[in-house]
Design a protein. Structure first.
Length: 603
């Protein structure tokens, strides 16, 4: 009985304690509910005050910020009230500025582009001029007088390698701006893959250039032409192979190609140089191949590492690699490759007739295979092993047209060779910047609006010519197709607006005019007002054409599912070379028609 009473008392005590705890919990919940209702009422009052002040704040920027604060505050209040009927309002919430910041002003954008592009373009111009001077000096070296195929090799090699290095700068700049280089592992894989890919491409194109140069040299020898007597420089400090042969044929001294037969009782006179016996043979062929491939490999290793480091450092420093990398790639590459070709050729020619050049050639072929296997295993760049070769070959033939223009007028107009790098190289560098920026926008998805406008075309007037390709008829007329194909791409707006190309146009024109003034003040050229005017107009035309061509070709390649980072710049640079030199010829001819002989170069 006692145990039963104790158990009953314990049960009653536990029930009483449970009821007390339940009452305390209910009181706590009711107080929390009242506090929550009070807070919500206070929040409603604050929202009402913000709402009544909305109309007074619409006229200025501070009012717009306050409106955005009100929207964020209202959203926060509603979300918190739905979740637990409580809200924590702090002064920091109202001080937080989440309004839409206006886009940078036009002056700020112009300054940001100019501070990066202007020094780069100046350095690119200096490099192009030095490349032309180096080419002139190399043509007088004994090794180029002895093995004239090396001189033919230079323009072909520089044209192909310059396009490879510009494509590398485009790919790296795009990867940097879309954030792929911000991750250490991805950055290491991308840089390593692009370096091995560049080695494969450089070794292949240099081998092909060596074969073509040797065959052209043999053909020139059979015609009795003297290739090494040619020294004109093109926009990138080079001459084309076709132009070299054409100019050589023009400058060859008259006379029979073969020496007359000596008296039959005498032996033929031996050549003064023992190495002449190896001319057009195997050892000269492998010498040209080894020189081109070794120079291209060393140049790609040095310049490729420099370009990758430049892009990464620019990204870390907050600069835009699109404004820096592309113009420097071709100009510095030409200067470096020219120097290496001269040094390597001067070293290997001493061992001509031995197996050294053959050993170097075999080692370079093995290195190419190893780099190909490494690139094949890199998922980022393995697809590039089989793409991008057609633009390189076509660009080489297009550049030959520029060389023909140069060879036709370099002797007729004084100072022509001095001005060619300015009127062709600088527009090409500006076009490279625009192509790089446009491809970055397209890869990042920021150029879709311009792409849609470009693909959609502009509404024509219809009527007889059926200019509207999207008219109600199922099949557009002939003129509609012509308009859509040829005219519409040139009317589409740039992906970043017109401010970027117009800024590049102004920078390029200022540099060209300053260069013309510099040549006049230093006495390198003497000219009148007519040539100054025609040259300025020609420079403006070359710059405008290069920028328009860069925009149109980039957008058209992108619409056709071709990567502009690979296909665009070889075409643009080669076409700009031809058009720029043609405009320079027009400037000379127009000035000569207006004021006679207006240009004289310092001897």
């Amino acid at each position: 009985m006692v145990a039963t009473n104790r158990a009953s008392q314990d049960g009653e005590e536990q029930a009483r304690l449970g009821k007390q705890q339940q009452r305390r919990s209910d009181d706590t919940i009711r107080r929390a509910s009242r506090d929550s209702d009070s807070d919500v009422d206070d929040d409603d009052e604050d929202l009402a005050k913000l709402t009544t002040s909305t109309q007074d704040l619409n006229d200025d920027e501070e009012g717009q910020d306050a409106l955005d604060d009100r929207r964020q505050y209202e959203n926060g209040v509603n979300a918190s009230a739905d979740e637990d009927k409580t809200i924590s309002t702090t002064p920091s919430l109202r001080r937080t500025r989440t309004s839409r910041r206006s886009q940078p002003s036009a002056l700020h954008r112009i300054y940001s582009i100019s501070k990066e592009a202007l020094p780069t373009l100046l350095l690119s111009l200096v490099s192009l001029i030095f490349s032309g001077e180096v080419l002139v000096h190399l043509s007088r070296w004994p090794v180029f007088l002895k093995v004239d195929k090396l001189f033919i090799l230079i323009p072909i090699l520089l044209n192909l390698k310059g396009n490879l290095e510009m494509n590398l700068s485009l790919r790296m700049s795009t990867s940097a701006n879309i954030g792929e280089l911000d991750i250490r592992r991805t950055r290491r894989t991308l840089v390593g893959g692009n370096m091995t890919l560049l080695q494969v491409q450089a070794l292949i194109v240099s081998a092909g250039a060596g074969v073509v140069a040797f065959l052209l040299g043999v053909a020139a020898d059979r015609k009795g032409t003297n290739i090494t007597s040619i020294t004109p420089a093109t926009a990138s400090g080079t001459v084309s192979a076709t132009s070299a042969l054409a100019a050589a044929a023009a400058t060859t001294t008259a006379g029979p190609v073969l020496q007359p037969r000596r008296i039959i009782h005498h032996h033929p006179k031996p050549p003064s140089d023992p190495t002449m016996r190896l001319r057009n043979g195997y050892f000269e062929f492998v010498l040209v191949l080894a020189t081109g491939m070794l120079s291209a490999s060393l140049s790609s290793a040095i310049l490729g590492n420099f370009m990758c480091a430049l892009v990464v450092i620019a990204r870390l420093c907050g600069a835009n690699p699109d404004n820096i990398a592309s113009p420097l790639a071709a100009s510095l590459g030409d200067l470096l490759t020219l120097t290496l070709v001269g040094l390597v050729a001067s070293s290997l020619v001493r061992f001509e007739g031995t197996g050294l050049a053959t050993v170097i050639f075999v080692c370079l072929v093995g290195a190419c295979l190893v780099c190909w296997l490494v690139t094949r295993r890199n998922s980022y760049v393995k697809e590039l092993l089989s793409s991008g070769w057609v633009p390189l070959i076509l660009a080489m033939f297009i550049s030959s047209g520029a060389g023909l223009v140069l060879d036709s007028f370099v002797q007729e107009y004084e100072g022509f060779a001095l001005l060619v790098p300015v009127i062709t190289g600088l527009p090409g560098a500006c076009a490279a910047i625009l192509v790089s920026r446009t491809t970055t926008c397209l890869h990042a998805g920021k150029g879709e609006v311009a792409l849609r406008e470009s693909s959609g075309g502009r509404q024509g007037s219809g009527g007889f010519f059926s200019l509207d390709a999207r008219s109600s008829t199922s099949q557009p007329g002939f003129w509609g197709r012509v308009y859509t194909t040829l005219i519409t791409p040139w009317l589409s707006p740039p992906s970043e607006g017109y401010l970027i190309p117009f800024t590049l146009l102004a920078i390029g024109l200022i540099i060209e005019v300053l260069f013309l003034v510099l040549t006049f003040t230093t006495g390198q050229l003497t000219f009148g007002w007519s040539f100054a005017l025609t040259f300025s107009l020609s420079s403006l035309g070359a710059l405008a054409f290069s920028l328009a061509l860069a925009h149109v070709m980039t957008m058209e390649l992108w619409k056709r599912d071709y990567d502009p980072d690979i296909y665009c710049l070889p075409f643009v640079s080669s076409i700009v070379d031809v058009v720029g030199q043609a405009l320079l010829v027009m400037a000379y001819a127009t000035a000569k028609g207006l004021a006679g002989d207006v240009v004289k170069a310092k001897v």
